[in-house]
Design a protein around this ligand. Sequence first.
Ligand SMILES: Cc1cc2nc3c(=O)[nH]c(=O)nc-3n(C[C@H](O)[C@H](O)[C@H](O)COP(=O)(O)OP(=O)(O)OC[C@H]3O[C@@H](n4cnc5c(N)ncnc54)[C@H](O)[C@@H]3O)c2cc1C
Length: 440
Amino acid sequence: MMRPSVLIIGGGPAGLTTALRLSARGYAVTLLEQGGELGGRLIRSAADAIPPVFLGCHRASLSLLKTLGTARHVRFSKGINLEFLLRGDRTDRLHRPWAPAPFHALLSLATFRGLPFQDRWRALMLLERTWEGDPALPPDLESRTADEWLADRGQSEAARALVWSPLSRFLLGDDLTVVSAAMLITTLARCFLSARRNSGIAIPAHGMRHLLLEPARAQLLRSGATIRLGTAVNQIRFDAQRVSGVDLQTGGTLAAEWYVAALPHRSLYRLLPEGALARYSYFQQLTGLTDSPALTVHLWLDRPLPGPRLLLLPGKTYHWMVSRPDGGPTLVSLVATGKVDVLDRPDRELLEVALHEVRAAFPALSSARTQEYRIVREPHAFLSVKPGTAALRPLQQSPFLNLCLAGDWTDTGLPATLESAILSGERCADAIHMKMEEGR
Ligand SMILES: Cc1cc2nc3c(=O)[nH]c(=O)nc-3n(C[C@H](O)[C@H](O)[C@H](O)COP(=O)(O)OP(=O)(O)OC[C@H]3O[C@@H](n4cnc5c(N)ncnc54)[C@H](O)[C@@H]3O)c2cc1C
């Protein structure tokens, strides 16, 4: 029997996940990637763009790594907690005590010394009431910023700046004053107010190339998939109800039974013919989506640190940092999200500030020297989850029967990060397979 054919445009994590899931089910997969390498935004300027951090709630990512045989490198150690670099360069951590949900989160906040007692008490009340739904969450949370909602719920400026804002930057990629209250609440609830294991943190010694990209490529080639690098799609062709083919930039058209566009929303928009844009609000609403920037600085320092750590940095230039041993040296990755102005600063200045913040956080590295560094600037790192965005994120199934959309920005209900990209790829693969089975 002929294997059903599927053409996937975009070799980022969303496209790779769809390709892996469908080739495992016997589809003849062709993956088209315009760049010279797989990985999309995970890879920039020959560097890993993102430090490898997994939370227990990242179910789709962990399940994908399990399929690839690399989940064993992702260990949720009891010793890794969310730490905050506080005023006076003091650090304090949110412990993860053994208690059922949501008491582990409440106890953890109760013992956190980063906030004055009164603020801690108010934050505890907020979490408890949110978990109990008393009072019920108002219906307009998607139209308000998280900052407005938290201020309404009695969270002081200090609590917002020292705790909620760093959490928002880390989990959603932008500031409290930008993100929707609904997205913050659902994300906090998923990670911290549900089963205790969901708030676990793993910082593997290996980066995303080793954990995800190289094994995914090897597995796809083993299963007979075709990977075409350096192959940009210029336009997607439609007839009345279906996609009929894709035009390549180098000339020529490719066709398949099924299509998956696993592209950033801006790239997808450029590939759509006017007719599809004029006729379907599903595609028109892509113009309402906007992105947040991110900057990552990786520093290899010539002193060892005992184990991996994750620190949120309230009020600093960088918003969070991850340290992990990398052979002899320590690799510290610092991430700033949602701030466009940092992207324009010269490398020298960014390095100086990064070293200053690393030394403040880790006195053991105060005399460490930089052996190597990489700086990754990306103006379109994440979909901005500002109020009103949820309604604009498209479902994976498009109005065209044989076209699905994947990508961190599609409607997964999650912040637009790696976990969302992988989940969207899973959903595309399931949708195609289900329709295929129905049509048999
Ligand atoms: C600096 C930075 C820091 C980040 N930090 C984190 C983090 O800490 N945690 C986290 O979870 N996420 C982080 N992210 C976000 C993460 O990288 C993305 O969520 C993820 O890569 C999205 O995957 P995707 O497959 O949806 O899209 P992408 O990774 O963008 O992949 C899309 C692919 O489509 C290809 N493409 C585009 N147009 C065409 C075309 N016409 N023809 C063929 N191919 C095309 C692109 O080349 C690309 O390879 C960060 C991103 C950046 C840039």
